[in-house]
Design a protein around this ligand. Structure first.
Ligand SMILES: [Ca+2]
Length: 155
């Protein structure tokens, strides 16, 4: 009889532990911010036709450089100054390059196709216009032609 009581107690303890664990898990999920994804929309092959981007912690650009599309341009104007990591992701079969330019400050940072480092860290100034250019030196049409750029606030 004692043995039965003990195992019932164990079940009760185990289920209360499970409740605590799931409660803390939902609290963790609640602090994850929604992500904004900005799509590549043609025409955007030159600075004057740049697509809109809003830089934020967890913003993303999602685009593709297919046949007869050598470049995609994006423009953003930070609301507040801050340091961001720009992460560039694409198929290793593509020769893609990313350049960040700022009005009045020229080229701020570049990731060339042969650079194994696919990110850079930059402090952007509030109110300044910036341009991201994604360009293809050579597009392999037999491979995935899409790319993504993520911005993560680090300071
Ligand atoms: Ca384009």
């Amino acid at each position: 009889m004692k043995k039965v009581v003990f195992s019932l107690l164990s079940v009760a303890l185990a289920s209360s532990v499970a409740v605590v664990a799931s409660a803390s898990e939902s609290t963790t999920n609640a602090v994850i911010k929604p992500q904004a994804i900005f799509l590549d929309r043609e025409p955007n092959n030159k600075r004057a036709d740049a697509n809109l981007f809003v830089i934020a912690d967890g913003s993303q650009i999602s685009g593709s450089l297919g046949r007869d599309d050598a470049a995609d341009w994006f423009k953003f104007t930070p609301l507040t100054s801050g340091k961001y990591r720009f992460i560039f992701s694409h198929s290793s079969s593509q020769y893609y390059e990313l350049t960040l330019r700022g009005d009045g400050v020229g080229t701020v940072a570049t990731i060339t196709y042969d650079n194994p480092n696919k990110y850079f860290d930059v402090t952007v100034d509030a109110g300044r216009d910036y341009y991201i250019a994604v360009e293809s030196v050579l597009t392999n049409l037999n491979a995935d032609t899409s790319y993504d750029i993520y911005t993560v606030k680090i300071d």
